[in-house]
Design a protein around this ligand. Structure first.
Ligand code: M6R
Length: 443
């Protein structure tokens, strides 16, 4: 048996009279604690009764074999050395997004290939409207998807909670495309929405993580996000995977319908191609956010504000905090604050304001000032190098600069970490928050 490694991990487990091959040590550790981690461009040659051979892919010369002893227990290994699945899943986003993007950006960042779209080109060309249906975090991804599709495909888009859609007498026909988004692929409300859309003649497209789940089996076509099993109940890597696939889909359909110019396509695809490295950079705020979390663990209420692409990011940040720390948090479009929630702001009500250097930056500055002038503490998420915000906000967390449409991907990283550390400070079980289930298979 000959194996080779390129990008994705490959581990060879060396047992007594037996050899194992896997993408990580998790399934091997129950059989042997001796493993060889292949490096990129190495080949492993496994022959019955002979020691494993490792060769260089370039010249077939033997490489030095480094057999390592696994020190972790099976339980720890499943968490990859992290204390919780959620933290592991937050930190594995550079690699999960690499998997999500693999093979989908082609021609030197000038074209997207998504088989679900490529095989249904006529449907996507002639569609008159796209409706996105989902629940929870997946619904927040759908809101970002709406902006992406509007910007790049220039067509009407609606977003519905699956649970509302199914009882809302939706008006649909065969010129409609309904895109359902679900990590688990088993959410009862989303499945029911799909059945309804199909019955009304719409073409139904699924964006899902779990391969072979009910949603991909029921939909007409779709795309997997390929971020691997998500164990923590609070969705993190699935959210960024969904947003990444929605970006690819919007660019792909925009390309097909001639709604996007080549320069914009190239600019966004080049930045998206580098997003795994950009997220790696964004994760460097970990220690800073951990420290900050100690200051805010006392709060009973939080406001999360964002505009444009980052209004849904604010909703998602608030959902992360409330579901794992049990602190009440509200996400709001920043400009809507003056229509009501501003009455809540005082010294005990901190706001997290997502303020990257984008087309709405000047507008959001005035929202930060409105909170400050009412005595509220502000944690601002700003683009790297923005020092001006230090004079206004109480705390600034910098994120790498990316094109505006990709800001939700990077801005969600400090929000995931903030929610995580506040929940840990409060002694909560972040992986299994009370009253919640990973897949909601009941209405
Ligand atoms: O599996 P799904 O994406 O369909 O699940 C929908 C929601 O239940 C889910 O996104 C939920 O809101 C998250 N686990 C929250 O972090």
């Amino acid at each position: 048996l000959i194996v080779a490694r390129k990008s994705s991990p490959l581990v060879i487990g060396v047992g007594e009279d037996e050899t194992f091959i896997a993408s990580d040590a998790t399934p091997i550790v129950g059989y042997t604690d001796q493993v060889i981690y292949l490096k990129d461009n190495e080949i492993g040659v496994i022959r019955r009764g002979e020691p494993v051979q490792v060769l260089s892919l370039f010249n077939n010369e033997p490489s030095t074999i480094n057999i390592q002893k696994l020190k972790l227990s099976l339980a720890q290994l499943e968490k990859g050395g992290y204390d919780t699945f959620m933290l592991k899943e937050i930190f594995e986003q550079p690699s999960t997004l690499r998997d999500c993007l693999r093979g989908r950006i082609v021609d030197n960042c000038r074209r997207v290939t998504l088989s679900g779209v490529d095989l249904n080109q006529e449907r996507f060309k002639s569609a008159e409207r796209i409706t996105l249906v989902a629940c929870g975090t997946s619904w927040h991804a759908a809101l970002i998807g709406k902006r992406l599709i509007q910007d790049f495909c220039k067509m009407p888009v609606e977003v519905e909670y699956a649970s509302e859609f199914r009882y809302g007498n939706p008006v649909l026909n065969e010129k409609d495309i309904v895109i359902s988004i679900s990590q688990s692929g088993e959410t009862a409300d989303t499945l029911a929405a799909i059945e309804l859309a199909k019955a009304k003649g719409a073409f139904v497209y699924g964006i899902c993580n779990v391969v072979g789940a009910s949603i991909p089996r029921t939909t007409d076509s779709g795309t997997y996000i390929h971020v691997g099993p998500e164990i923590g109940v609070a969705s993190t890597k699935a959210f960024t995977g969904q947003v990444t696939v929605l970006t690819l889909l919007a660019l792909s359909v925009g390309q097909l319908r001639g709604a996007i110019d080549d320069a914009t396509l190239h600019e966004v695809l080049s930045a998206l191609d580098k997003i795994p490295e950009t997220i790696e950079e964004a994760l460097k705020v970990d220690t800073e956010v951990k420290k900050l979390s100690r200051i805010f663990s006392y709060a009973h209420n939080f406001l999360y504000l964002g505009r444009g692409y980052n209004y849904p990011t604010a909703l998602e940040g608030a959902l992360k905090l409330k579901e794992i720390s049990y602190i009440h948090a509200e996400g709001y479009p920043a400009a809507e604050m003056k229509h009501g929630p501003i009455a809540l702001i005082d010294h005990d009500m901190p706001s997290v304001i997502i303020a990257p250097s984008d087309s709405l930056y000047d507008k959001i500055i005035s929202n930060v000032q409105q909170v400050k002038s009412r005595g509220g503490a502000v944690v601002a998420i700003v683009s790297k190098g923005n020092k001006a915000m230090n004079d206004i906000a109480d705390f600034c967390i910098e994120i790498p600069e990316v094109p505006e449409c990709l800001t939700p991907l990077v801005a969600s990283i400090p929000l995931q970490l903030l929610a995580y550390y506040i929940a840990v400070n409060k002694g909560k079980d972040v992986d299994q928050p009370r009253n919640l289930a990973k897949s909601v298979t009941v209405e």
